[in-house]
Design a protein around this ligand. Structure first.
Ligand SMILES: Cc1cc2nc3c(=O)[nH]c(=O)nc-3n(C[C@H](O)[C@H](O)[C@H](O)COP(=O)(O)OP(=O)(O)OC[C@H]3O[C@@H](n4cnc5c(N)ncnc54)[C@H](O)[C@@H]3O)c2cc1C
Ligand SMILES: *[C@@H]1O[C@H](CO)[C@@H](O)[C@H](O)[C@H]1NC(C)=O
Ligand SMILES: *[C@@H]1O[C@H](CO)[C@@H](O)[C@H](O)[C@H]1NC(C)=O
Ligand SMILES: *[C@@H]1O[C@H](CO)[C@@H](O)[C@H](O)[C@H]1NC(C)=O
Length: 461
């Protein structure tokens, strides 16, 4: 999760307004949401792939001989069979490529990328059984929207909707909850179809159809793409509901004691911690009766587009602070970022327009996730997602780890001791909205969490 904010922003947005209108007209032909992570020197051959941050752009690091774009499971079977027959290495790629490590790089120089970009259809949604079946390249945003149209909801998801269902399952992605089966999306998978390499007797490709009673579903649903290509996924949904969200900022003196029990007090609880500011923001977020009238919306400020000029200026300021070891400057800027975010309720509004006070009440599908920078209509040189590698923008090292709930308390205390001995040391973390702490439950998935845990998300420049 990442934040990019600056006091200068308002000023630049206004200056650019005239230019922006012009571009909206021009760019009907050449509009520019995030770039395709795969680039080939000839049609679908001699390719490189990087992630959405452009973290491994070098062809010596991550290249593939070619890329295939299946649109159906039949295509997929034939692609996997052909590559298996000729003993080629394969990796699954998505239109987003949001994973930070190089999971997607095929080994060696002769690999094949199989992109799920056009496996992008919702196949079935059944309001009576409350299930949705999608191709694996369908985005989280599509799932949330299609479910809501049928009066249904996927209760727990990542907060950024620019991810594919195949990719987020592969990496065990999650939101925050200790309720029910917990916040990992893979807990709601009730069926999955996977195409894997096979022997000559299978025609070199095998389709595995796994339903919730199949023991292998626990291996397949979180598998980092190494067991085969997930073709289709069926998720169990719930009736659409409303939520009431309040963010409460407190000092962090009792955070170590509070953090664990807080997760049991609210269904969608999470905590954002600013250790150098000695503050923590508690998300008090629960289901409420749907007859409360209100139409709140989450358009998280860190996932909105920014002008590329703003991004470049903020980046330059950060680089300058880093090279001169200016900890005080980072502390000042991080306090400004935090106060701007709190004053604007992080981008939540009571009615889709303005924030007028807590609680924010609204339908789950409008509150759980966001990502409006994906809709930027202008050239990336004008506006972009804050991390777009085509422009000088945010770049950070993202560290995420989980600590069993029973040990979370002592971890928090350890960090507080570090802050005591070096008070400004964590200001750099706070420039990127501090440490996001989310609740995840122990899972039956082989690569899922072993126990109930607090997941810490830290972005460092
Ligand atoms: C801005 C941002 C916000 C984020 N927020 C959250 C969050 O709130 N919670 C959270 O848990 N994570 C979050 N993440 C991390 C994100 O969930 C993971 O990086 C996710 O794996 C990315 O999905 P993707 O569709 O981009 O997949 P990719 O990164 O392209 O792929 C991930 C892995 O899955 C494999 N794979 C993809 N599709 C298939 C398939 N059909 N079959 C088999 N293997 C496949 C790939 O080979 C690769 O190994 C965030 C990331 C970003 C950039
Ligand atoms: C697989 O190989 C067969 C035979 O060589 C070819 O006809 C077919 O087009 C190939 N399919 C794909 C998807 O590459
Ligand atoms: C933190 O807040 C509590 C009350 O919630 C108060 O008792 C305590 O003194 C505060 N600590 C600091 C360091 O301000
Ligand atoms: C809303 O629904 C609850 C029960 O679901 C009921 O008790 C309450 O009276 C309803 N309120 C209104 C304003 O209709």
């Amino acid at each position: 999760m990442a934040i990019m904010l600056h006091s200068k922003e308002g000023m630049f947005r206004q200056g650019f307004f005239g230019l922006k209108c012009m571009f909206i007209l021009i760019c009907l032909v050449d509009c520019s949401p995030p770039e395709d992570p795969i680039k080939c020197s000839s049609k679908n051959a001699d390719c490189t792939i990087t992630n959405s941050y452009g973290a491994f752009p070098d062809r010596s690091i991550c290249r593939a001989a070619d890329v295939a774009y299946p649109t159906t499971e039949e295509d997929l079977i034939s692609i996997v069979a052909n590559a298996t027959m000729t003993k080629r290495k394969m990796k699954v790629a998505t239109r987003f490529s949001h994973s930070i490590p190089k999971l997607v790089c095929p080994d060696g120089q002769d690999g094949l990328l199989i992109s799920t970009k056009y496996l992008n259809r919702v196949l079935k949604i059944d309001a009576s059984t409350m299930m949705i079946t999608v191709q694996s390249g369908v985005t989280l945003r599509q799932v949330i929207n299609e479910a809501a149209k049928a009066g249904l909801a996927l209760p727990y998801t990542p907060y950024w909707w620019g991810l594919t269902v195949g990719g987020l399952l592969g990496t065990g992605a999650h939101g925050s909850s200790l309720w029910g089966k917990g916040s990992s999306v893979h807990e709601y998978v009730v069926g999955l179809r996977m195409v894997s390499p096979g022997g000559p007797q299978d025609g070199y490709a095998k389709v595995r159809v796994l339903d919730s009673s199949h023991i292998d579903l626990n291996a397949a649903k979180v598998s980092l793409g190494v067991l085969g290509v997930v073709s289709q996924i069926t998720l169990r949904l719930q009736p659409l509901f409303k939520r009431s969200v309040t963010f409460l900022m407190k000092n962090d003196s009792d955070l170590a004691d509070e953090a664990v029990s807080f997760g049991n007090q609210h269904e969608f609880a999470d905590v954002t911690w600013y250790p150098s500011q000695r503050k923590a923001v508690y998300r008090m977020d629960d289901r409420i009766s749907s007859n409360v009238s209100a139409n709140g919306q989450n358009d998280f400020m860190g996932f909105r587009w920014q002008t590329s000029l703003t991004l470049a200026l903020v980046r330059a300021a950060e680089e300058n602070q880093e090279s001169t070891g200016n900890a005080e400057g980072k502390c000042i800027d991080s306090k400004l970022t935090t106060s701007t975010l709190t004053a604007n309720a992080y981008g939540y509004t009571n009615n889709g327009v303005a924030f007028t006070g807590y609680p924010i009440i609204g339908y789950h599908n409008r509150l759980q996730a966001s990502g409006s920078c994906l809709d930027t209509v202008e050239d990336a040189r004008i506006t972009a997602c804050p991390w777009d590698p085509r422009v000088k923008s945010q770049f950070f090292h993202q560290t995420t780890f989980s600590i069993g709930l029973s040990k979370a308390k002592s971890f928090i205390k350890d960090v507080q001791k570090l802050v005591e001995s070096e008070p400004k040391a964590m200001c750099g973390v706070e420039l990127n909205n501090g440490i996001l702490m989310r609740y995840v439950k122990g899972s039956g998935a082989y690569l899922g969490k072993e126990e109930d845990a607090l997941d810490f998300d830290i972005n460092i420049l």
